[in-house]
Structures are given as structure tokens and as C-alpha cells.
Design a protein. Structure first.
Length: 300
């Protein structure tokens, strides 16, 4: 992850070096060389994704200093990247926050193991009802974690309730209900033990009002103040990521071009399912960034 960007852009390389210094270990080595099993530990995955996103953002701003976004949003962990891009907190503070977020989520998962599953073929309202039924039947927790796009949601909770919800989803016409390779129940009440400690970490960070409109995961509303940002990042641990509605809110406001920062193109794929008439550009490599920069006249 990120190696070709670091090789091509000095500002990206400096970002990875800065992350190593802040964290006190070679995150860049883990990003570039693995091992993949260690990179997939949420305590490492979260700072890795965040650092890649900011390295890409800085390289983009080096290529197109006049370019700016009217709206910003990030899916789950990506919300921290969006808020950094909007000037709410520094890269260093954001990196410390996402590392702590990963540590606390792992601890909550160790204390109360959970699971997550992707469900294809059913929309969010149907899955909310199914999760409520599965919870009632089993006496265990399962909730809608992510509304990614029409026909693709993620559910999260205790294993027995998750399995029952998956069975009910298939009976209701879902094409697939596939457990994800995680041992935590993100965006569910099982993360509640992490919220108080994380709130303290959030309160310790200097924040500023966003300089661009950032659409919140959990409310689909603009985050206009520092108070709202702190509430959002705390509540996001246990509440659903309403990505479909977030994207539609930006589209309704007139957005026609979406630029995705990071090592893959997942959000661009979701955009096609939400509204195929809009353009999504994943800046997931140095080549992609150069192509986008070369084809972009001054943006606003």
C-alpha cells in the first residue's frame, strides 16, 4: 500500500516518514512490505488507511494546488481523513486518534467478540427489520452497520444473532450473506465500551470548524462545529454508516465529480451503484494521480 506514491511524490514519502515518527514504529515498512496478517489487524489497518489517504491528498494538492472540494465525506475510518482534509485537526492528531480508535475497538472485540457480514440483494430498511427480528429471536445483538449502496449492506453484532439475520436475509431473497474476516462488531452496540475512553481522546485534541462541508456518516448532515465533530466521531463507533444517503445528499447539492483518496476503488464502485450518471475517480496509485492531474483544468 502506498509505495508507488511514496516513490513518485516527495510529499507522500514525507507523510509516511512523519507517520513513522509519530507512531514510534515503521508503519511505512508494514504498508510497503507487510506481512499482510499484521496489516489487517485493525490497530494497524486504521492508521495505514488514514496515512495513505492523507499522502494521496498531499500529492494531489502538490499537483493541483488550485483544486479544492466543495464537499467532503469519508466512509467509517475515512471520515477522519475527510476531517483532516477539511482542516479540523492536524495529520499528527488524526493519526494518534485513529491508532487509539483501532486499539479501543480491538480491546472491545477481545472483551466481547462479535462478527460482521455483507448482505447482497436487500436494501437497508429491509435489513433493519430483519436485524430487529433476529435480535428478538436470539436475545443477542445484531444491527445494520453500513448502508453502502442499494442492494449492499453490512450487518454487525453477536455471532448467533448475525447467523440468524443471515438466514432470514436469504429467506427474504438476499443473493448472499457472507461473514467478513473480522473479529469485531464495528458500528454496533458491542463497541460501547470504547466510546468513553475515545471521547476523552477526542476532547484532548485541538479542533477547528471545517473549512469545507463535511457530511457526517451517522446523521447525513453537515458537521458545522467542533462540538458536532466530537459527537459524530464518538457516536460513529456504535452507529450505522449511512453512506448511500451521504452520497445522495452531495449529489442533491450539485456534486457531479467524486474523487476517492486511498489505495483501492471501493467507494467509486459504490458510487456507480448509487448513481451511475456521476463520475468517480479513484486516486489509488501514482499513475492514477498523474492522469487525473494531466486531464484536469483548474478545478473548484
Amino acid at each position: 500500500m502506498g509505495k508507488d506514491l511514496a516513490d513518485a511524490y516527495p510529499v507522500a514519502r514525507q507523510t509516511f516518514e512523519e507517520a513513522d515518527d509519530i507512531l514510534g514504529f515503521a508503519l511505512s515498512r508494514l504498508l510497503f512490505d507487510g506481512p499482510e496478517a499484521d496489516l489487517n489487524e485493525t490497530i494497524n489497518t486504521q492508521p495505514a488507511l488514514y496515512t495513505c489517504g492523507i499522502a494521496t491528498l498531499r500529492a494531489l494538492r502538490a499537483e493541483l494546488p488550485e483544486a479544492d472540494a466543495a464537499f467532503m465525506a469519508g466512509h467509517s475510518l475515512g471520515e477522519f481523513t475527510a476531517l483532516t482534509a477539511a482542516g479540523v485537526f492536524s495529520f499528527a492528531d488524526g493519526l494518534k486518534l485513529v491508532r487509539e480508535r483501532g486499539r479501543l475497538m480491538k480491546a472491545a472485540g477481545d472483551a466481547q467478540p462479535g462478527a460482521m457480514a455483507a448482505v447482497l440483494g436487500l436494501d437497508a430498511p429491509v435489513m433493519r427489520d430483519i436485524c430487529a427480528q433476529a435480535s428478538a429471536e436470539t436475545g443477542a445483538v445484531v444491527v445494520l452497520a453500513n448502508d453502502n449502496c442499494p442492494g449492499q449492506v453490512v450487518i454487525s453484532g453477536e455471532g448467533v444473532a448475525l447467523d440468524r439475520a443471515s438466514e432470514l436475509a436469504k429467506a427474504a431473497g438476499a443473493r448472499r450473506a457472507l461473514r467478513l474476516a473480522v473479529s469485531i462488531a464495528a458500528h454496533s452496540p458491542l463497541m460501547q465500551p470504547a466510546t468513553e475512553t475515545f471521547a476523552q481522546a477526542l476532547d484532548a485534541v485541538e479542533m477547528h470548524p471545517p473549512v469545507a462541508t463535511v457530511i457526517a456518516n451517522t446523521t447525513v448532515s453537515p458537521l458545522d462545529s467542533v462540538v458536532e465533530v466530537r459527537q459524530e466521531l464518538r457516536g460513529q463507533l456504535i452507529q450505522s454508516v449511512l453512506w448511500t444517503d451521504s452520497v445522495r445528499t452531495m449529489i442533491d447539492a450539485g456534486v457531479v465529480l467524486f474523487v476517492e483518496l486511498g489505495p483501492k476503488d471501493v467507494l467509486t464502485g459504490l458510487l456507480r451503484r448509487i448513481d451511475a450518471s456521476k463520475t468517480g475517480v479513484p486516486l489509488n496509485s501514482a499513475a492514477a494521480l498523474r492522469t487525473f492531474s494531466a486531464n484536469s483544468s483548474p478545478l473548484a
